[in-house]
Ligand binder design. Structure first.
Ligand code: HEC
Ligand code: HEC
Ligand code: HEC
Ligand code: HEC
Ligand code: HEC
Ligand code: HEC
Length: 366
């Protein structure tokens, strides 16, 4: 069990209290279960042939076998049968949760097509295709370095090191990315055998100082068949204006999902307008007002997966604590739209009837 700091104890205590009074949000277990051999191989050998598979095309087939890609002797770490990309891929176009006995493996990359049932983070299928760099994060093992972006837009950190995670996630592990890169540029420390307070293993190299995201995880990663207006992910947000504007954007203190994106896109999350109400970039980590055009979106009762919000307390969502976040408009892994948007921006046309995307919040601009 990881040692919990005082604020975390408070958070857990609060969760326990809300559960006791019977609210619908349940913090689910993120731990893996099931037989070791589903995921680990002791000698990388079965009937004399290598078990481990990785590289192009590696992933789970519809019949639950894992034999595509290249059989390899290069260790993936922890005696696993695959690396991160391989075990979280499916060679189908439609399976996004692979059921293997007791195990359920969330799929982030379908190699045969963009799945209708993509999970919360979206899917890497589109960005893996040539000429679709803008449709996802370009990640090692899935796509080449982005042809237009040689750094994360809005990044001002680590800028001198071309292969640092702030500049690209599409290069092999090396000393410049703490021997991680790819998936682990974002999921820096993973904890498959633990439950802890970290939302979806989202943390950074400052994790020992408290840099991780909090939230309430939906048990099925928002698989469309199992997600409702009350049963979904609850992300952590903060109201950065409440403490005077420029403070409150550091992941170590906020644990917010937008501060997390700000780790590599920091200028997009800072409040760098000329005051607290003049913005250079669309605000994030600010409260969704309850009046004006925003009054028509009550995410407590009518949460919209297409334009979601974060919460000051994700374990007890309240209307006056709903927060605009980066994921209100973006997916993270990849989507079917440019700029990893959750919807087609070119379809957002003022003064034409539309309830989608931007109009979920800006209800009077259609
Ligand atoms: C569903 C997949 C899955 C199953 C089943 C599974 N593991 Fe793991 N295990 C992983 C992954 C992924 C890691 C990678 C590192 C991490 O997240 O800690 C891991 C890491 C480990 C580690 C090293 C890290 C640590 O936490 O100590 C050990 C030891 C381990 N597993 C043992 C086992 C044993 C023993 C079993 C069966 C009782 C088992 N695992 C079942 C997926 C699995
Ligand atoms: C051998 C298979 C296997 C490998 C290899 C593996 N994972 Fe996983 N991973 C799983 C399974 C199974 C789960 C689902 C655990 C659960 O039930 O919540 C999971 C869950 C996750 C989650 C979601 C956690 C949550 O809270 O729901 C993330 C993020 C993740 N893995 C990232 C990684 C990264 C990064 C790597 C490489 C370091 C990796 N995985 C390697 C099997 C694997
Ligand atoms: C570990 C660093 C890192 C983190 C954390 C990160 N990004 Fe990025 N992001 C990058 C890099 C590098 C690029 C440029 C290359 C690329 O597209 O992959 C990028 C590009 C993007 C793009 C533009 C895609 C394109 O190709 O035009 C969007 C949108 C984006 N990120 C959104 C987000 C959001 C939202 C989050 C938080 C959920 C986030 N990022 C977290 C590193 C990061
Ligand atoms: C730019 C940062 C970033 C990169 C790169 C990244 N992830 Fe994620 N991942 C996230 C975020 C943020 C979430 C939470 C999404 C949500 O809940 O809306 C997430 C969620 C997940 C989940 C849970 C399923 C879901 O869609 O919510 C899994 C599994 C996972 N990631 C695995 C991976 C693997 C494997 C890779 C590499 C192929 C990877 N991630 C690369 C940021 C990233
Ligand atoms: C209100 C919706 C919205 C929110 C909230 C939002 N974005 Fe965006 N983002 C967009 C749109 C739309 C585009 C593309 C067109 C444009 O920039 O006007 C975009 C583009 C981007 C790009 C690509 C820029 C480039 O140079 O190609 C990145 C990176 C990005 N966003 C990251 C973020 C991060 C990080 C956050 C949170 C701090 C965030 N976005 C919050 C809507 C949003
Ligand atoms: C999750 C809700 C949400 C979504 C989705 C959203 N916005 Fe906003 N937007 C807000 C809030 C809240 C404000 C700030 C209101 C305030 O403080 O007056 C805002 C402010 C703005 C402003 C004015 C900024 C200023 O300086 O006053 C513009 C322009 C804007 N949004 C455009 C968009 C566009 C275009 C989209 C779609 C790409 C979009 N928004 C999506 C909630 C949202």
């Amino acid at each position: 069990m990881r040692k919990l700091s005082l604020p975390q104890r408070g958070f857990l205590l609060f969760s326990a209290v809300t559960l006791a009074v019977g609210l619908s949000t349940v913090r689910t277990s993120a731990k893996v279960s099931g037989v070791c051999g589903n995921c680990h191989t002791m000698h990388n050998s079965q009937d004399g042939a290598a078990i481990m598979h990785s590289g192009d095309g590696a992933g789970w087939a519809a019949d639950g076998t894992f034999t595509s890609g290249t059989a390899t002797d290069t260790p993936a770490g922890y005696l696993l049968i695959a690396n991160c990309v391989g075990c979280h891929s499916s060679t189908t176009a439609d399976q996004t949760i692979i059921q293997l006995g007791e195990n359920r493996i969330p799929i982030v990359f379908n190699t045969a097509g963009y799945p209708a049932d993509a999970l919360a983070g979206g899917n890497f299928y589109q960005v893996a295709q040539a000429d679709y760099d803008g449709y996802g994060h370009n990640v090692y093992g899935i796509s080449e370095i982005d042809s237009k972006l040689s750094a994360a837009p809005g990044n001002t950190r680590c800028s001198g090191i071309a292969s640092s995670c702030h500049n690209t996630l599409a290069v092999a592990p090396s000393g410049h990315n703490y021997d991680r890169g790819g998936c682990q540029g974002c999921h820096f420390f993973v904890f498959h055998h633990q439950d802890n307070d970290e939302y979806r293993f989202l943390n950074s190299h400052d994790e020992p100082q408290g840099a991780y995201v909090q939230g309430v995880e939906h048990a099925s990663w928002e698989h469309p068949d199992e997600t409702t207006a009350t049963d979904h992910n609850f992300y952590k947000g903060v109201d950065k204006l409440a403490d005077g504007g420029h403070d409150g954007v550091d992941l170590r203190t906020t644990h917010s999902i937008s501060s997390y994106c700000g780790g590599c896109h920091n200028a997009f999350h800072n409040n760098d307008g000329t005051g607290t109400d003049v913005w250079l970039r669309h605000p994030t980590d600010i409260a969704l007002p309850e009046e004006g055009e925003y009054a028509a979106y009550n995410p407590v009762t009518g949460y919209e997966i297409q334009s979601p919000v974060a919460w000051i307390n994700p374990a007890a969502a309240q209307r006056d604590e709903a927060i605009v976040m980066c994921l209100s408009c973006h997916r993270v892994h990849g989507s079917q739209h440019p700029d990893i948007l959750r919807w087609d921006y070119s379809g957002m046309i003022a003064d034409e009837p539309n309830d989608d995307g931007c109009f979920v919040c800006h209800t009077t601009k259609d």
